[in-house]
Design a protein around this ligand. Structure first.
Ligand code: SF4
Length: 345
């Protein structure tokens, strides 16, 4: 049997392993604590396990986290880290602000969803990240101790890798792991309904929907997923779910000139979101090669925000960070992999 990495396994998965070795019931918790709370980097460092237990485990398992191989720093303080994943790479963006520090993590290598405005989508899909590979971006971050928030908005569609995403969320929020409040974590999706249902019942983290247009025919032009899970079905699911007072649903709306920034779109959004307690984040579009889309001008964005707020929809404009190092929204892409595809744009 090929040796397996223990890092990323949930408590119940570790329990199955320790049961196989006939180790005492509490051993699984001890292992989880060493990995996720004390952040050790080898089984040998788990010194409250018997020597025999450590030797047995080491026959079939190892404990490994991977440091980043590259870091780019933006003039605004944002940092983009490149993490190796087997023979591939993913990116994570660290965004420090005055009162918080957010890490934007990736959930897949590339993405298969093909959204017209997204550089990751242009890279194509190269695989899912395991729970350990998702957690590695957090645990190997030099600024880990400063983190106040995590957003699953990096490369990939989290709901297309829901089981590994849920395991990583469990580790981050459980007592045996980081014991983070789920209110500090937001998972984004373009709206894969079966996985959203699973996420809503199995996690308490916030949800962000990539909306970008309230109208089916128009959304379809930039997001192929609309063909499978139309926006109206997504909204119906959300309206039927009890989010309680603590849990938040928000909508990401990239502003495209002449495509989704008219009075008609304000009306469409108001009707679509009517009755749903939510907020809208307007995002400036960062031009990428090979797309006919352009960003709305600043005046239109400001007026759009004011109009939605006047209609009773809490709306903010997301500050753009890390644009000079291609770390801003929709710009994450492992350039070395992308290089060969540039001629296909
Ligand atoms: Fe994939 Fe998200 Fe980019 Fe769409 S926006 S292609 S779902 S990473």
């Amino acid at each position: 049997m090929e040796k397996e990495n223990l890092f990323g396994k949930s408590l119940s998965e570790i329990k199955v392993i320790t049961d196989n070795y006939n180790l005492p019931g509490f051993t699984a918790k001890q292992i989880a604590s060493w990995m996720y709370q004390k952040n050790v980097s080898s089984i040998d460092e788990m010194t409250n396990l018997s020597k025999k237990a450590r030797e047995s485990l080491s026959n079939d398992f190892f404990l490994k986290k991977d440091n980043h191989t590259k870091c780019e720093s933006s003039s605004d303080g944002t940092k983009k880290y490149l993490f190796p994943i087997k023979d591939k790479f993913v990116e994570a963006a660290y965004i420090p602000e005055e009162d918080r520090s957010t890490l934007c993590v990736s959930s897949q290598v590339g993405c298969k969803m093909g959204c017209l405005f997204c550089l990751t989508g242009k890279q194509g899909y190269q695989g899912n990240l395991s729970s350990g590979e998702i957690l590695n971006q957090i645990y190997s971050l030099p600024e880990k101790e400063n983190l106040t928030n995590i957003v699953y908005m990096g490369m990939g569609e989290p709901m297309d890798n829901i089981d590994n995403v849920l395991t990583s969320l469990e580790t981050l929020t459980s007592e045996y792991g980081q014991a983070w409040s789920p209110k500090r974590i937001t998972v984004s999706t373009i709206g894969i309904i079966p996985s959203m249902e699973k996420f809503l019942t199995q996690s308490k983290c916030h949800l962000a929907i990539s909306l970008h247009n309230p109208f089916h025919e128009e959304r379809l032009k930039i997001m192929p997923i609309e063909n499978v899970y139309p926006i109206n079905d997504i909204i119906t699911l959300l309206k039927n779910h009890d989010f309680g007072r603590q849990r938040r649903v928000s909508f990401e709306y990239i502003m495209f000139k002449g495509f989704n920034d008219s009075q008609n779109h304000i009306k469409g959004l108001t009707q679509l979101l009517n009755g749903l307690r939510c907020r809208v984040n307007l995002i400036r579009f960062h031009s990428i090669p090979g797309t006919p889309l352009e960003g709305s001008d600043e005046k239109t964005i400001q007026e759009f925000k004011t109009a939605l707020n006047n209609k009773g929809i809490t709306t903010t404009i997301r500050a753009s960070r890390g644009q000079d190092i291609s770390a801003a929204c929709g710009m994450l892409s492992t350039k070395s992999l992308l290089k060969n595809q540039e001629k296909n744009y």
